[in-house]
Design a protein around this ligand. Sequence first.
Ligand code: MN
Length: 240
Amino acid sequence: MDQDSQDTPVRIAVTSCRKPADYDASVRKAGGEPWVPVVATDDPDEVLARADGLLLTGGDDVDPTLFGALPHPAFEPAEPGRDAHELALVRRALAARVPVLAICRGLQVLNVAAGGTLIQDIPTERRSGINHGGAPAATLAHPIDITPGSRLDRILGAAGDTGPVMVNSRHHQAVAVLGDGLVVTARAPDGIIEGVEGTGPAFCVAVQWHPESFHRTGEFDRLFSAFVAACAERARGHRP
Ligand code: MN
């Protein structure tokens, strides 16, 4: 840890979710200082004013009426208020170039915020030989192919001779129509989108798997390190 980061904590707003421990541990391991804004009472503008980065966490489904669809029978609503809170946070973060790391549901929130739509239930809406849901947290479930030259590729170093990256998988939804200003950076062999990122200069990386489940063993430490580094860089540019 360099002198800068010792003097100045890198403050990461981590959205409220039911299983915060692994996100907290992953951010801390990368040198960031996580805090969890309260959905019911914390104003998104105030959260963003004190955040050097935004981590959108996993959870239940985005309300499909927010992307113009009727709820699928498998719809599991997220905690009350969470959709609106997270959509407000990510829209403000993108506008203010606050670095964003979006995980699982977080990727889906990012996509909906950008005007995209979601596959509401992969098992009933897509033919696939891959089980994207249900495996234990840190179980590697399926490979992904990462787009060469993407930010995700540069972070994980997957280009060249390492071949496909194996990821865990605990989702029944995925991107259908991609939102504006986003590009696909990873797909599973069945075509399901497993990574997207912003095309702008700011750090905006989203993954459909759960890298935070691996903080004990380190498989995806580079993702959190790159995110916290981007947040630290932005903090240096925005503090007196
Ligand atoms: Mn998957």
